[in-house]
Design a protein around this ligand. Sequence first.
Ligand code: S3P
Length: 428
Amino acid sequence: MHKTIDTALKPLQGSVTIPGDKSISHRAVLFAAIAEGPSVIKGFLNGQDCLSTISCMRKLGVKIEEDGEIIRVEGKGLHGLNEPSEILDVGNSGTTVRLLSGILAGQSFSSVMTGDESIGRRPMRRVTGPLKMMNASIDGRDFANYTPLCMRGGSLQGVHYVSPVASAQVKSAVLLAGLYAQGVTRVTEPHKSRDHTERMLETFGVKVETDEVSAAVSGGQKLTGSEVDVPGDVSSAVFMLAAGALVPGSEITVRNVGMNPTRTGAIDVLKRMNADMHIHSERMLGGEPVADITIKSGALQAVTISGGEIPRLIDEIPVLALLATQAEGTTVIKDAAELKVKETNRIDTVVNQLNELGADCEATDDGMIIHGPTPLKGGKVESFHDHRIGMTMSLAGLIASDKVLVKDTEAIAVSYPGFYKDLEKLMN
Ligand code: S3P
């Protein structure tokens, strides 16, 4: 499916409510499945990735009822999952394959996980490596670096894993395996990654010990079924905020934005870019901070984005790069080599597709340099089946001088199925 985006002829106005957080929705289903007793998840993201998690857990024998944004899960306990008779298909979802690896590592049965073409290119050794150190038996292409992964777990030993990358998927997989292991399992990262696993395990009754860059669990702790309220996904919210900042004369309010400090790097960057933004109605929802944000369009300044800030905004770099094409000065994004192993190599896909529309971006080894401001022109661009590239290029269409055709936009449903509907609401 291709989508043609017309230049926005009038300012964006009004408000949108951001759908559930993808990271939190995955975790809610996975944790509820291995908890004892029923759980209810409210505000669940019905995106393709989270639906892949539901489908895998059903194949492991978990009863899951879907009722719009409300999901009911009959927890089977840590040791109640069934050996699946079919291959577990994770679709496009890195979070599903990596977090589920941690759970499957603790099962004495055998299971096979696979996914789409993009998943088949994403490195899995970062997860299978530490799980093997804990004694799980895992095989896969290139010595368990690529799917399909074939797992047989059981008899795990706790480890202190010092991860070379700041990755919540790695941390979560190892901590989940740690629930099945003897002794304490600790993960230390170079910088703190998103901490939804730590927060939600506590909600399910698990004691997690944390400090600035480490998290640890003792094995054998059971999870107790719970009620989980999923806040809106800040990663989706940033697309709407960017639309408001970019389309001249706009003023919009984005509601239900998850404000977990491990995720709000892009909000901090928007402030540094001088965006006219007001954060209000701050509150807590399901153990996570949430707020509403009003933004007005206006002149933007170039910024430098690097170091410990990168894990706090890694998924938002494509749209931040688009904002940087309209900012005064040179924006430098560095220490972000992780972009190369996302749904696409997002250094190349962002730089090439923005340049296609007349931007002045250069790829570097660990990020990109963007010279702004440059007017964008119309054209045909690829999404490469990457949801965040599809949304970024669609926003580019709103400010380009002519129509932009974005290819294969169905991928947007991975994280933000109502993206175009929400944009249209702001345009009317
Ligand atoms: C996620 C962690 C991040 C992020 C991904 C979701 C998660 O990946 O990019 O979209 O839910 O834990 P890494 O753990 O690879 O950094």
